[in-house]
Design a protein around this ligand. Structure first.
Ligand code: UDX
Length: 438
């Protein structure tokens, strides 16, 4: 079976390599020649642990990348993995790339092939595409469309691609079962080896599964951050509170880490796009809470800026070190990153910011070129009047507070991820400020 993957961003590039690992001949197609060039040389266009070895194993063998969509023509399955960013000036998702991918594929669709959407789209999109493909496929070719949402986490993308915790196959009721059969063949090894649960649904349910899952995760994080706000008002400790409620199996401890909140290319834009789509469907009340989750999340960033102001007073000219720019560790992604947004807000308030991140500096500098960038933690903290820990890279957790105390102008640390050793910092003479903690 031959597989094409249209769009080789985060999702598509890792999916293409994962498909090659599962034994298929794969062509990854992208409109960006620079990205294709890097991938063709087995180099990652973004940082993702475990991804480069997969490229090195398969590029030049059964995996190749091209800008030429005609090379997808012989594929039996076409995965559409293009981005659906937030529209400018609206909460809704921008479907330009999805439409462009289907337009480009359309003349090359062969009889019996299956188009599989993996992009996160507003519910209802897949049915429109299925109808279009049925009407416009060349020479009356019988081509099915399915939706197979992706749940991969950055930093764990390879594991999540090869060993997903579930597979969702959204299929068109009138299509006769061919798409499900093809998807079961594609994922046969994963299903057999890991006993991965498969949930077969209609198209709109599959689209909704993805946004519902991300909405739930965003809600869980914002819930604990709302509790952090209450803990701040009441003098309680949100980390202990999370441990205690997390022992309840119905609640669970995962995704209850209070701090500067969620960012990245998925959760923020997905909850906003979901709100926008629900409004179009006349169901805005049902997900009105998501607007509140977004607001709680963004408030945590303001809170950190206010904490700096509380401790340092007048901001212009103060020196602040920011540790972390990526939206989470093991990633160089700075999209909607709480760390970068806090650093940016401080910079705009006149603070001399020195930011350091092990992987995300080039991406951060592209988005925010006027920030102060340091080449190392040592350089960032030298002479700082406050150190902000905003992305929980392991190397930041391992810093020696006693050594760092000799480098800063004032030993004040704001732990935006609540995972530094507060006792060790206090013992080394630091004022340690966690979020939602006394
Ligand atoms: C998310 C979903 O987890 C994934 O299933 C989906 O396919 C894409 O979106 P990702 O964006 O990689 O994945 O990040 P995730 O690990 O979910 O973290 C999202 C954000 O929440 C990060 O900024 C992280 O720092 C933050 N977070 C996570 C918290 O603030 N607290 C937590 O307890 C967990």
């Amino acid at each position: 079976m031959r597989v094409s993957v249209i769009g080789t961003g985060y999702l598509g590039a890792v999916h293409a390599a994962g498909m090659a690992e599962l034994g298929f001949d794969v062509v990854g197609v992208d409109v960006d020649p620079a990205k294709v060039e890097m991938l063709s040389n087995a180099r990652m266009p973004f940082y993702e642990p475990d991804f480069e070895p997969l490229l090195e194993t398969h590029v030049g063998g059964r995996l190749h990348f091209t800008t030429d969509i005609t090379q997808a023509a012989s594929a039996d399955v076409h995965f559409v993995c293009v981005g659906t960013p937030q529209q400018h000036g609206s909460l809704a998702a921008d479907l330009t790339y999805v439409d462009a991918a289907v337009d480009a594929l359309m003349p090359h669709l062969a009889d019996g092939s299956v188009v599989v959407g993996k992009s996160t789209v507003p519910v209802g999109t897949a049915q429109v595409l299925a109808d279009r493909i049925r009407a416009e496929a060349p020479r009356g070719a019988n081509v099915a469309l399915a939706w197979n949402p992706e749940f991969l986490r950055e930093g764990l993308a390879v594991k999540d691609t090869l060993h997903p915790d579930r597979l969702v196959f959204g299929v068109d009721a009138g299509e006769g079962g061919h798409a499900e059969e093809v998807l079961r063949r594609v994922y046969a090894r994963t299903i057999a080896e890991d006993q991965t649960p498969v949930v077969v649904t209609d198209l709109p349910t599959a689209e909704l599964v993805k946004v519902a899952a991300n909405s739930f995760l965003a809600t869980k994080i914002s819930f604990i951050n709302a509790m952090a706000e209450i803990c701040e008002a009441a003098g309680a400790d949100v980390t202990k509170l999370a441990d205690a409620i997390g022992h309840d199996e119905r609640i669970g401890r995962k995704f209850l880490n209070a701090g500067v909140g969620f960012g990245g290319g998925c959760l923020p834009k997905d909850i906003r796009a979901f709100s926008a789509r629900a409004a179009e469907l006349g169901a805005s009340q049902s997900v009105a809470f998501l607007i509140e989750m977004d607001a709680i999340n963004l408030r945590r960033r303001e809170h950190v800026v206010n904490l700096v102001r509380t401790h340092l007073g007048h901001l212009p000219g103060r020196k602040v070190a920011v540790l972390g720019a990526a939206f989470k560790p093991d990633s160089d992604d700075v999209r909607d990153s709480p760390a970068l947004s806090i650093a940016g807000a401080l910079h705009l308030a006149g603070v001399q910011v020195a930011i350091y991140d092990p992987q995300a500096m080039p991406n951060a500098a592209k988005i925010f070129p006027t920030l102060g960038y340091a080449d190392s933690v040592d350089e960032a903290v030298a002479g700082a009047e406050a150190v902000l820990h905003l992305t929980e890279w392991p190397e930041f957790r391992e810093l020696d507070p006693a050594v760092m105390a000799t480098q800063v102008a004032r030993p004040l640390v704001i732990d935006g991820r609540n995972c530094l050793d507060a006792q060790a910092y206090r013992a080394a003479g630091w004022t340690y400020v966690g979020l939602g903690r006394p």
